[in-house]
Design a binder for this molecule. Structure first.
Ligand SMILES: *Cc1c(COP(=O)(O)O)cnc(C)c1O
Length: 429
């Protein structure tokens, strides 16, 4: 299929990046389970190693199955290229790696996936990087946190787990003003519900583990590049704008233009950090993406129905879901993700911590797991699990207070899910 701007999302989620296998005509994308690729001759090998010719060398860097996945997700997000990697957390490091140096910082939202808060507040310090946590509802505070060493803004479009939606346009304007990229984690929304690049994002990161694969079979991640950032406009991004010693002084921005970030991600990031996705996982993710829009529609339909019902339930204190008219983020939803606010939200139980634990243990259709974005409905008590490493202040800011339970609404019958929630709420109160 020749990619054209006229194709709709449902067509692209099945076809983008794929063509019948040139060797066999196989209609489905083959799983190229190979480590290496035979060079035509020594000259071909040299050209590949010098990045003078694009092709396959070794599967730590590139693989045909993974290439289809990269093009598919880049197309769905409206980007020019993408780098797949071994997990969502790997994608975050892969996004920051070309931008950062020791002593540099990134200004990040307080409302992030718990694991990301830990990665940013603790682990990246070992690289000499720093994350400054700011409330992204206060753009003046975001602006004030940016200094000469800031190299990016980072936020989630629809933030996990609190039902919070970021004003991406406002964040992009602040990033533009400071001459730095905006990185958006679009895991909870998926490109079907939100396309951050259209709102000004430079880079989009995903955990493929969640809705893109969609059924809890894969751990993977991806970074999508909008191709719109001029890395040479300042001296802030020498990895992309200055000569690269590992490639005989090649300048990525000059040589690859809008694809500079993508080429750097593969030629330096995957080559040297080695956070590579495997072809089998890419295959499962491609299978998942073929039905993304259908699943997301049902996820949203179920979530809207169930959130509205829970809001009126005796045992519930409040529900944070941006798809509810009562949500302070309902207006922003119409702008950022008009097709729906996803299927992830939190409920606060009147009974507090003890009641939450009992509720989670009493559910039968919902599974108690540290995951989200599965066809199956999932539940977790964040304060005692995913957000356990955070301080009480961080838990509160992340929407994971002790009386709060996170639900990831699946695509089962909504009536069955409500019945299950109702019996567990009764057992817990
Ligand atoms: C799960 C998740 C991640 C981390 O992804 P992994 O694939 O588990 O490494 C990052 N951001 C968000 C929003 C997530 O839900």
């Amino acid at each position: 299929m020749t990619d054209g701007p006229t194709y709709g999302f449902d067509t692209l989620q099945i076809h983008a990046g794929a063509r019948p296998d040139p060797a066999t005509g196989a209609r489905q994308t083959p799983i190229y389970q190979t480590t290496a690729y035979v060079f035509r001759d020594a000259e071909h090998a040299a050209a590949l190693f010098n990045l003078q010719e694009v092709g396959y060398i070794y599967s730590r860097l590139t693989n045909p199955t993974i290439a289809v996945l990269q093009e598919r997700v880049a197309t769905l997000e409206g980007g020019v290229g993408a780098v797949a990697c071994s997990s969502g957390h790997a994608a975050q490091i892969m996004a920051l790696f070309p931008l950062m140096q020791p002593g540099m910082n990134v200004v990040v939202s307080t409302r992030l996936y718990g694991g990301t808060v830990t990665q940013f507040s603790q682990t990246i310090k070992r690289f000499g990087w720093e994350a400054k946590f700011v409330d992204f509802d206060d753009m003046d505070a975001v602006k004030a946190a940016i200094d000469d060493n800031t190299r990016a803004l980072f936020c989630e479009s629809v933030a996990n787990p609190g039902g919070y939606i970021t004003d991406l346009r406002a964040a992009a304007d602040v990033a533009d003003g400071a001459g730095i990229p905006l990185i958006v984690d679009n895991t909870s929304a998926t490109p079907y519900l939100c396309r951050p690049i259209e709102h000004g994002a430079t880079l989009v990161v995903h955990s493929l583990t969640k809705y893109l694969t969609g059924n809890g079979t894969v751990t993977g991640g991806i970074v999508v590049d909008s191709g719109k950032f001029d890395w040479s406009a300042s001296d802030k991004f020498p990895s992309l704008s200055e000569p690269e010693p590992a490639y005989h002084g090649l300048r990525f921005a000059e040589t690859f233009g809008p694809l500079a970030f993508t080429f750097h991600g593969i030629a330096i990031g995957l080559r040297d950090l080695g956070m590579t996705l495997n072809p089998q996982a890419a295959h499962y993710t491609l299978m998942g993406i073929e039905t993304l829009s259908l699943r997301m529609e049902r996820h949203v339909e179920n979530a809207e129905k169930i959130a509205a019902w829970l809001e009126g339930h005796d045992a519930i204190d409040y529900v944070t879901y941006a798809g509810l008219p009562s949500s302070p983020y309902y207006a922003r939803k119409s702008e950022i993700c008009p097709k729906g606010a996803g299927a992830l939200f939190t409920i606060a139980l009147k009974g507090g911590y003890e009641s939450c634990v009992k509720f989670v243990d009493s559910l039968e259709v919902f599974s108690h797991v540290a995951n989200l974005g599965d066809t199956r409905s999932l539940v977790i008590h964040s304060a005692s699990t995913t957000h356990r490493q955070l301080t009480p202040e961080q838990q509160e800011a992340a929407g994971a207070a002790p009386n709060v339970v996170r639900l990831s609404i699946g695509i089962e019958d909504a009536e069955d899910l409500m019945h299950d929630l109702d019996q567990a709420l009764k057992a817990a109160s």
